[in-house]
Design a protein around this ligand. Structure first.
Ligand SMILES: N[C@@H](CCC(=O)N[C@@H](CS)C(=O)NCC(=O)O)C(=O)O
Length: 202
C-alpha cells in the first residue's frame, strides 16, 4: 500500500497515473495548497521543500518526494515502465529529466506570469512563451520519429510529460503544427490508467 500526498496539479497527477498503471493499491491524501497545508510540520517532515507529490511506501516505510524520483522508485519497485539497464533506460531517463528540468518549470513560469494579477509582466511572458514554444518543438522533433519519448516503449518519461503537455493549447501553444505531439497525446490518453490517474484527487 502506498500513501500518496497530492493535489489537483500536473506534478501530482504523474504519480497517480503511475500508480494506476502499475496496479498498486494506494490511499490518496489530498493536500490543500490554497490553505498552505504543505507547510504543516507533518508534511515538511516528509518533504522539507513543501511541495506535492510525496509518497510513503507502507511496505518498508520509505518516503519519497520529487515526482521524478517517485516515478523511478515505483518503476524499480514494480519492474514496470522503466527498463532495468542499457540504452532503453538511458533514453527513458533522458526524457524524464527533460520533463523535470524543462517542460514543467518553463510551463509553470509561463502560467505564473500570464496569470499575475499586478503590473503586466511583458518581458517574462514573452520569454517563457518563446521557451515553451521551443520545448514543444523539441518534443515534436522526437515524437515525429518514435511513438514514445523513450523510443518504442511507453515509460515513466511519457507518464511525466503527459499531464503538462496536454496543457500546451491552454497556455497558447499552437498545437496544429505539432502533429507528432498531438498523436502522442491521443495515444497516451487512450490508456485507461491515464484516464483514471489524471482525475486524482477526485
Ligand atoms: N519538482 C517538484 C515540483 C513539485 C511542485 O511544484 N509542486 C507544487 C504543485 S504542482 C506545490 O506543491 N506547490 C506548493 C508550494 O510551492 O508551496 C516535483 O516534480 O515534485
Amino acid at each position: 500500500m502506498i500513501d500518496l500526498y497530492t493535489a489537483k496539479t500536473p506534478n501530482g497527477r504523474k504519480v497517480s497515473i503511475m500508480l494506476d498503471e502499475c496496479g498498486l493499491p494506494y490511499e490518496v491524501h489530498s493536500i490543500d495548497l490554497g490553505q498552505n497545508e504543505q507547510f504543516k510540520p507533518e508534511f515538511l517532515a516528509m518533504n522539507p521543500n513543501n511541495k506535492i507529490p510525496v509518497i510513503k511506501d507502507r511496505d518498508n516505510g520509505q518516503v519519497v518526494f520529487e515526482s521524478g524520483a517517485i516515478l523511478i522508485y515505483l518503476g524499480e519497485k514494480t519492474g514496470k515502465f522503466l527498463s532495468p539497464s542499457g540504452p532503453a533506460r538511458a533514453a527513458q531517463l533522458e526524457w524524464l529529466f527533460f520533463q523535470m528540468a524543462s517542460i514543467g518549470p518553463m510551463m509553470g513560469q509561463l502560467f505564473h506570469f500570464r496569470n499575475y494579477q499586478g503590473e503586466p509582466q511583458v518581458y517574462a511572458v514573452e520569454r517563457f512563451t518563446n521557451e515553451v514554444a521551443r520545448i514543444f518543438n523539441v518534443l515534436e522533433s522526437r515524437l515525429s520519429q518514435v511513438p514514445y519519448l523513450g523510443g518504442d516503449d511507453y515509460s515513466i518519461a511519457d507518464i511525466a510529460a503527459f499531464p503538462w503537455t496536454k496543457l500546451g493549447g491552454f497556455l497558447g501553444v499552437d498545437m496544429d503544427g505539432l502533429k507528432g505531439v498531438s498523436a502522442w497525446l491521443e495515444r497516451v490518453y487512450a490508456r485507461p490508467a491515464v484516464q483514471s490517474g489524471i482525475n486524482v484527487p477526485a
